[in-house]
Ligand binder design. Structure first.
Ligand code: CA2
Length: 147
């Protein structure tokens, strides 16, 4: 079965517990449950993980090669800074959808730059927790027919 790794970066473990006006009230565990349900509908296997450490995220992307068919990545603030994550995606040669809860382009200037977008198939942002389901649909379609 096609397998997708859904990876979440720094501070996303706090979702639903702080700053609900920015990031909503849905927890990361709620999002994982939502992804599991969407994956069943789409006939996909998923693995779901979160780390606050850039190196751990790099390691998980390396390990995804040969284990998972696609990567959905909310790299959090590392999106805007991490050449290491960009290089890890390039070297793993794994199709990647960049994902954000918020519309990073409607926020501070420093959030308008993404190193992940340079190596991603596409980007989804601004749809809150529902973006994870959208990303799974987009990835399923991409792996089926390259669109
Ligand atoms: O909108 C997104 O998904 C972001 O990746 C979230 C990151 C931010 O740095 C990116 O620019 C956009 C921040 C995640 C912080 O999550 C928190 C959740 C609850 C309370 C505090 C932080």
């Amino acid at each position: 079965m096609t397998s997708i790794l859904i990876l979440n970066g720094p501070n996303l473990n706090l979702l639903g517990t702080r700053q609900p006006e920015v990031y909503g009230t849905t927890t990361l565990a709620d999002i994982e449950a939502q992804c599991t349900e969407a994956a069943q509908t789409l006939g996909l296997d998923i693995a779901f993980a979160q780390s606050n450490s850039e190196g751990a995220l790099v390691d998980m992307i390396h390990d995804a090669r040969g284990t998972h068919d696609g990567l959905i990545l909310n790299a959090g603030a590392y999106t805007h800074t991490s050449i290491a994550l960009m290089d890890a995606i390039s070297s793993a040669e794994i199709p990647t959808v960049e994902l954000h809860l918020s519309n990073i382009h409607a926020r501070e200037e420093f959030r308008h730059t993404s190193y992940i977008a340079k190596v991603a198939v596409g980007v989804i942002c601004g749809f809150g927790a529902h973006g994870y389901t959208l990303a799974l649909h987009a990835m399923a379609r991409h792996l089926e027919d390259g669109r």
